[in-house]
Design a protein around this ligand. Structure first.
Ligand SMILES: NC(=O)c1ccc[n+]([C@@H]2O[C@H](COP(=O)([O-])OP(=O)(O)OC[C@H]3O[C@@H](n4cnc5c(N)ncnc54)[C@H](OP(=O)(O)O)[C@@H]3O)[C@@H](O)[C@H]2O)c1
Length: 246
């Protein structure tokens, strides 16, 4: 299969390109070449999807399938307009952040390796099963042999100490407050599973991520060790203060 990956120089797109090449497909990756290199065996074509005519290097080329991992709607619109004539099948990988409503629990994506090969079409959430934060942390600690204890702090404390949600600097990774995000981690993923999606175990992900972080040196964002330690100190001091007062 002649496969075009729009992206392919980092993270998901690069992994798809490597996997497709290993399966024997003819793989072309189109990107700016800023984020990194394409994997072994893939052809690289330099494009810039932010420029009006930035996809011109792909003009007239034909592909059996395209995989697009862009997170920018304008880039996706321009790519579909420019390439749809020469393409039979299009797989678009987006993000669970596209849901307009994050409060309602159990939503599914119809209101992955991937899909283009079997001509699978539809809307799928390619995500793993839900678990509680406690389960997630305990499984990660167990998988990497860490002996740690967990301290549960409340939302008011986090917000009053400028500890931020989800990801990025000063964040407590993966924390999203309720009820605004009650639905975020509870999407109904059965359509994806019924269509063949399999997920690796959390333990495997934890071990691989730690190994990547140690060899690649990051980037890892979130609370630094010093920020975490200061926050824990403040939390314990506030608890102690309350007991004394009470
Ligand atoms: N990463 C996550 O944790 C995560 C989590 C949930 C969902 N998702 C979703 O999964 C999808 C894929 O994520 P990802 O992290 O693999 O994608 P990504 O890291 O955003 O990669 C985007 C690719 O597009 C290329 N690119 C960026 N700007 C470009 C431009 N102007 N012209 C041409 N190419 C350009 C980049 O290469 P160059 O910079 O070399 O051009 C890169 O290869 C996204 O839709 C994302 O929202 C990601």
């Amino acid at each position: 299969m002649r496969l075009l990956i729009l992206g392919g120089t980092q993270f998901l797109g690069r992994a798809i390109a490597a996997h497709a090449h290993a399966m024997g497909h003819d793989v072309t990756c189109a990107a700016r070449g800023v984020a990194g290199t394409v994997p072994y065996g893939a052809r690289f074509i330099r494009v810039d999807r932010d420029e009006p005519d930035g996809l011109a290097p792909l003009a007239g080329k034909e592909f059996d399938a395209v995989v697009d991992v862009s997170r920018h709607p304008g880039q996706v619109r321009r790519a579909v307009a420019a390439l749809k004539q020469g393409v039979e099948h299009w797989t678009f990988v987006s993000t669970v952040s596209v849901y307009a409503d994050n409060r309602t629990t159990g939503q599914r994506a119809d209101a992955a390796p991937h899909a283009a090969h079997s001509r699978l079409t539809g809307y799928f959430d390619g995500i793993g099963p839900s678990s509680t934060r406690g389960q997630l942390l305990a499984e990660c600690a167990d998988a990497v042999g860490a002996s740690c204890t967990f301290t549960w702090v409340d939302r008011a404390f986090l917000e009053s100490h400028d500890i931020r949600r989800w990801s990025g600097p000063r964040s407590l990774p993966l924390w999203l407050p309720l009820p605004d995000y009650a639905g975020f981690a509870t999407r109904d993923t059965s359509p994806a599973r019924d269509s063949g999606l399999t997920v690796r175990t959390l333990a495997e992900t934890a071990r691989d991520t730690l190994s990547w972080a140690r060899t690649a040196g990051g980037p890892v964002t979130g609370l630094t060790a010093d920020e975490e330690s200061a926050a824990l100190k403040a939390w314990h001091a506030s608890r102690h203060g309350r007991r004394s007062i009470g």
